[in-house]
Write a protein that binds this ligand. Structure first.
Ligand SMILES: Cc1cc2nc3c(=O)[nH]c(=O)nc-3n(C[C@H](O)[C@H](O)[C@H](O)COP(=O)(O)OP(=O)(O)OC[C@H]3O[C@@H](n4cnc5c(N)ncnc54)[C@H](O)[C@@H]3O)c2cc1C
Length: 314
């Protein structure tokens, strides 16, 4: 079993204290929320923080509020609490279904929405113990200069495998970031760089305060292919949210370092998306299932989801 290395551990009680800690440790600091993504990575030697800043004691980051215009979800809200929120279930089915399919009940009770969004990308050749990784040359994400998944590859093809971001993006969610320059709200899809080595555009001193979704009731759903039904990351995932006029977004995930967004203004446009998503998906050989199978499953899951949502609602 991997053992945790030594690091400094701080537990600030306020956002200001957190901010002071982040500013005084611009490199080597890691925020810990539920810890279910961070701690396994530290144990595997993939992250080597000097200081871990546990934000669980910070008041006022755990809520789901609806003011009629926006739904605000605090960054420390657990996946379990979002899943069991009746308003989310009724108004934002894509998000509700995604929470129900994320990991298992234990991890949902511990894992937070902020941590779920900012979980790092994964690769068959990277998320392994150090001894295993030593049998290969160090890859780009592991301070090396090659890609073990794509021979001759000059960039990192690790995959973003979060469940909640595609669902939230389908709902046109934005996030409120707090950083050196104060607070700013940005569309969630804009934090993804598309680069597996460094998948988010956040600065070291930024933290997520809340996730914001338009309050409007949407029709939709979520489909996820995974190896084990009991607990597993998505192999392919697709989220769909639309209004009663048939306008909305379909988002596909887990085929590359960022979710891919398809906007549509009518059901005719929506029906063309599965073929487009299939043509534009270029998975590589860095997961347990073959790239071609995963590419095909983008179309299969998109078609399945569209059929289900239409049968249920129109
Ligand atoms: C066995 C297992 C199965 C899993 N299955 C799934 C799955 O099916 N689907 C899925 O999506 N995930 C899965 N996960 C991944 C992950 O544990 C969860 O998604 C969880 O939601 C992460 O949330 P957390 O609060 O524990 O994050 P943490 O581990 O605390 O943090 C994750 C990252 O986000 C950063 N961070 C956290 N909160 C903030 C914030 N507010 N501001 C800035 N940075 C922040 C941390 O610094 C860290 O880099 C699984 C994990 C395990 C161990």
């Amino acid at each position: 079993m991997s053992v945790l290395p030594e690091f400094e551990y701080k537990r600030p009680g306020t956002a200001n204290e957190l901010f002071d800690l982040l500013l005084s440790h611009e490199t080597g600091a890691q925020i810990l929320a539920g810890g279910t993504d961070l701690i396994p990575r530290v144990k595997l030697g993939l992250k080597k923080p000097d200081i871990v800043i546990d934000i669980k004691d910070i008041e006022g980051l755990n809520y789901v509020k609806d003011d009629g215009e926006k739904v605000r979800i605090g960054a420390l809200t657990t996946i379990y609490n979002i899943k069991n929120n009746i308003m989310i279930k009724e108004k934002h089915p894509a998000l509700h279904e995604a929470t129900a399919l994320t990991a298992n009940e234990n991890i949902r009770q511990r894992g937070t929405v902020g941590g779920n969004i900012l979980q790092d990308t994964r690769c068959l050749y990277y998320n392994k113990p150090e001894t295993w990784r030593l049998s290969f040359k160090p890859c780009l994400k592991n301070r090396g200069d090659i890609c073990n998944a794509v021979k001759g590859g000059k960039k990192c093809f690790s995959i973003y495998r979060g469940d909640l971001a595609p669902a939230l993006i389908s709902l046109s969610a934005s996030i409120c970031l707090v950083g050196k320059d104060g607070e700013k709200e940005i569309p969630l899809e804009n934090i993804f760089t598309g680069d597996g080595m460094s998948p988010f555009s956040l600065k070291k001193t930024d933290f997520i305060k809340e996730v914001i979704i338009p309050s409007q009731k949407m029709i939709g759903g979520y489909e996820k292919l995974r190896m084990r039904k009991s607990v597993d990351y998505p192999v392919v995932n697709v989220a769909l949210s639309m209004d009663t006029k048939g306008r909305g977004r379909l988002v596909s995930g887990s085929v590359g370092p960022r979710p891919i967004v398809y906007e549509f203004l009518s059901s005719d446009e929506l029906r063309k998306i599965p073929e487009r998503a299939y043509n534009e998906a270029f998975p590589v050989n860095n997961m347990i299932l073959s790239p071609l199978y995963r590419k095909r499953m983008v179309r299969v899951l998109s078609e399945r989801l569209i059929r289900r949502v239409f049968l249920d609602n129109f």
